[in-house]
Design a protein around this ligand. Structure first.
Ligand code: CP
Ligand code: NVA
Length: 312
C-alpha cells in the first residue's frame, strides 16, 4: 500500500501519519521475528555507510546489528576515516558514497550535513541524530508507548527539561503526527524552537492531537501517561553544562514528579544515556514505571523497519 522505497529519514516532518503507522507495523513484525530467532536475508549484498561525528551506543548498535543480521554489510566510519568536508567538499563525498553504497546513516552536529548527504548521494539517508533532530529515536518512542498502552491517539506525553533539544523536538513532531497530546515543560529559555512548534500546531489541527509549552511542572504533569526526559547537556554542549544545570534543576524527574500525574499507570521514558541523579533520580529510572530498556531495544526494531521500507 505504501511505497517508501528510496526515501530518506531526515526530520520525520515529511512522513504522513499513515506512513509512520506503516513503519511501526513493520517494526512489530521484525520484533516478533527477532523473538523467534527467525533470520531472513533481506539486505543480502547491500552495504550501509554509517558516519559518526559524535559518539553512540544504541544508534550504532541498532543500525549495525539490524543491517548485518539481515545479511547486509554495515561500514562504520568516523571523521578520522573519511574526508568529511576536509580535503573534499561534502557534496563530492556524498556523490562518491552514493555510487558505492545502498544507504547512509549520519550522526553528527549540523542538520545541514545530513540534508546535503541526502541531496547529493541519491541513496536513502538516515538521520541518526543531529543537533536539531533525532527522528529514529522518536519512532522507537512511539513503538514503546503503543506497546504499553495499546494505542497512541489521545496519549498525553510530557517532556521535562531541555524542550528544544533534538530528542524533545523529534518527540514533539512524532506525537503531533499521531494525534497525541504533547506538553513541553521546561524553562522559558529552552522553549521549543518557534518554527518547529508552529509546524506542529498545524499538524495537530489535522490529527486531533495537541501541543503546548509550560514552565510549570504541576500544570504539565496532570493526567500524563508518559513522563519523558533527556540529559541536560547534549553532546556538543559541554561548555554550557553549568549554565544548563542551573536552568534545568527544577525539572528533575523524581518520585514526587511521577506522583504529580495522579495516575499510577504513568510510565517513565528516557532515550539514554542518562545521568542518574541529575535529570532523573535512580529510584525513577530503576523503578516499576520505567520503560527505558524496552525503549532502547525498540531502537533496533524501528531502525530495521525504516531500512526495510526504504531499501526493498
Ligand atoms: N538514544 C541514543 O541515541 O543513544 P546513543 O547515543 O547511545 O546512540
Ligand atoms: N540530547 C542528547 C541525546 C543523546 C541520544 C544528545 O544530543 O546528546
Amino acid at each position: 500500500p505504501f511505497n517508501l522505497k528510496g526515501r530518506s529519514l531526515l526530520t520525520l516532518l515529511d512522513f504522513s501519519p499513515e506512513e509512520i503507522r506503516y513503519l511501526l507495523d513493520i517494526a512489530y513484525q521484525v520484533k516478533r521475528e527477532s523473538r523467534s530467532r527467525l533470520r531472513t536475508e533481506r539486505f543480502r549484498g547491500m552495504t550501509l555507510a554509517m558516519i559518526f561525528e559524535k559518539r553512540s551506543t544504541r544508534t550504532r548498535l541498532a543500525f549495525e546489528t539490524a543491517f548485518a543480521e539481515e545479511g547486509g554489510h554495515p561500514i562504520f566510519l568516523s571523521p578520522n576515516d573519511i574526508h568529511l568536508g576536509a580535503k573534499e567538499s561534502l557534496e563530492d563525498t556524498a556523490r562518491v558514497l552514493g555510487r558505492m553504497v545502498d544507504a547512509i546513516m549520519f550522526r553528527g552536529y549540523r542538520q545541514e550535513t545530513v540534508e546535503t548527504l541526502a541531496k547529493y548521494s541519491g541513496v536513502p539517508v538516515y538521520n541518526g541524530l543531529t543537533d536539531e533532530f533525532h527522528p529514529t529515536q522518536a519512532l522507537a518512542d512511539l513503538m514503546t508507548i503503543e506497546e504499553n498502552f495499546g494505542r497512541l491517539r489521545g496519549i498525553k506525553v510530557v517532556f521535562m527539561g531541555d524542550t528544544r533539544n533534538n530528542v524533545a523536538t523529534s518527540l514533539m513532531i512524532a506525537c503531533s503526527k499521531m494525534g497525541m497530546n504533547f506538553v513541553a515543560c521546561g524553562p522559558e529559555e529552552l522553549k521549543p524552537r518557534p518554527e518547529i512548534y508552529k509546524k506542529c500546531e498545524e499538524i495537530v489541527k489535522e490529527t486531533g492531537g495537541s501541543v503546548s509549552f509550560t514552565p510549570d511542572p504541576e500544570e504539565a504533569l496532570k493526567d500524563a501517561d508518559v513522563v519523558y526526559t533527556d540529559v541536560w547537556a547534549s553532546m556538543g554542549e559541554e561548555d554550557r553544562e553549568k549554565e544548563k544545570i542551573a536552568l534545568l534543576k527544577p525539572y528533575q524527574v523524581n518520585e514526587r514528579v511521577m506522583e504529580m500525574t495522579g495516575k499510577p499507570e504513568t510510565i517513565f521514558m528516557h532515550c539514554l544515556p542518562a545521568v542518574k541523579g541529575q535529570e532523573v533520580t535512580y529510584e525513577v529510572i530503576e523503578g516499576k514505571q520505567s520503560r527505558v530498556w524496552d525503549e532502547a531495544e525498540n531502537r533496533k526494531h524501528t531502525i530495521k523497519a525504516i531500512m526495510i521500507a526504504t531499501l526493498l
